[in-house]
Design a protein around this ligand. Structure first.
Ligand SMILES: Cc1cc2nc3c(=O)[nH]c(=O)nc-3n(C[C@H](O)[C@H](O)[C@H](O)COP(=O)(O)OP(=O)(O)OC[C@H]3O[C@@H](n4cnc5c(N)ncnc54)[C@H](O)[C@@H]3O)c2cc1C
Length: 288
């Protein structure tokens, strides 16, 4: 029989996960988990609903950066003006998830821990150097977002662990991010390719730091250091964009399915990376 608990502290949630006799699943918004329950793909013995934990659905500013509770819905993320100003790429990625109804529930923790290669918020979070706080029976640890997903549907979390919050660092001057995805339809579709880019410029408009991350072109989101290297030390000219495009293509290990062949996804990855870099660069240039 399926048991359900809604603890009011992180410690209680960890105790419930650690003490579960069968499979336990953490519930945030439920937009993935409930679909999987109904289809029979997930058959947990226990559901640990986090939404009664204080702060788990809140956003706050700390040390010039942001703390986003693990279960904060996309709609709340989109309404936080300070977050939108500082991390427009992260916010646009979170707000691309699903529809208005889905936005009322879908969280960053759920998007990450569902571990879909096409999850929209993940490339943007990795590009932002976001970290997450993981709580478990051995206490809390703060880890980079890119260390969580190990493959489609798989994470590095232990059975007694859950994500409590995400940290976004302080934004340096003249820096900005952007996220773009390609879908065959206009909305409510899964990314064929996603690209998150985060750049910092100097006063002359030369890129001094960059992170480029691709989604949906490999078993997990891919951080592409060669693509970042194509941007760093240059203004965003045609040569930099061409080098970025090539580096993005080289990083692709996509699947071949009805939504896109390998050559198609690979080509689109270069295009998405260029466009996301152009938007991030333009945004950063306005922050002088
Ligand atoms: C109609 C529809 C459209 C969608 N469109 C998109 C889209 O465009 N882009 C996209 O990326 N996704 C999309 N999704 C998928 C889904 O909405 C997102 O992945 C969403 O962010 C999941 O968040 P959630 O809070 O609902 O997760 P949940 O369903 O609550 O959880 C998902 C998984 O994460 C685990 N989990 C949840 N919280 C935690 C935690 N704190 N710690 C550890 N593990 C946790 C759960 O156990 C479960 O395995 C769509 C889904 C639907 C139904």
């Amino acid at each position: 029989m399926l048991a359900y608990t809604a603890p009011s502290t992180v410690e209680e949630a960890v105790r419930a996960l650690a003490g579960a006799s069968g499979v336990a699943k953490v519930l945030s918004g439920g937009t993935d988990l409930l679909v999987q329950l109904r289809s029979g793909r997930a058959k947990p013995d226990l559901i640990v609903d986090t939404k009664k934990i204080p702060g788990i659905s809140d956003i706050s500013e700390r040390d010039g950066g942001f703390v986003i509770g693990a279960a904060t819905p996309g709609a709340v993320i989109g309404e936080c003006e300070a977050l939108r100003q500082a991390w427009p790429g992260v916010v646009e990625a979170a707000n691309l998830i699903g529809s208005t109804q889905i936005q009322g529930r879908a969280s960053l923790a759920g998007n990450l821990c569902n571990a879909s290669p096409a999850a929209d918020s993940v490339p943007a979070l990795i590009a932002a150097r976001a970290t997450c706080v993981v709580a478990g029976a051995n206490g809390r640890r703060e880890v980079p977002v890119e260390s969580i997903v190990t493959g489609p549907g798989r994470t590095s979390l232990d059975r007694d662990e859950l994500i409590v919050e995400f940290h976004l660092p302080k934004r340096p001057p003249r820096s900005a991010d952007a996220y773009l995805r390609f879908i065959p339809r206009t909305e409510m579709d899964i990314a064929v390719v996603g690209a998150g880019v985060n750049v910092t410029l100097d006063a002359a408009g030369v890129c001094t730091d960059a992170r480029v991350v691709l989604g949906a072109v490999a078993p997990t989101a891919v951080l592409v250091p060669d693509a970042a290297a194509a941007l760093i030390g240059r203004a965003l000219d045609a040569a930099a964009l061409a080098a970025l495009d090539q580096a993005a293509r080289r990083a692709c290990r996509p699947i071949d399915d009805k939504r896109g062949t390998i050559p198609y996804r690979t080509k689109v990855a270069g295009v998405m990376a260029r466009r996301a870099a152009t938007t991030a660069y333009e945004r950063a240039g306005k922050r002088r």
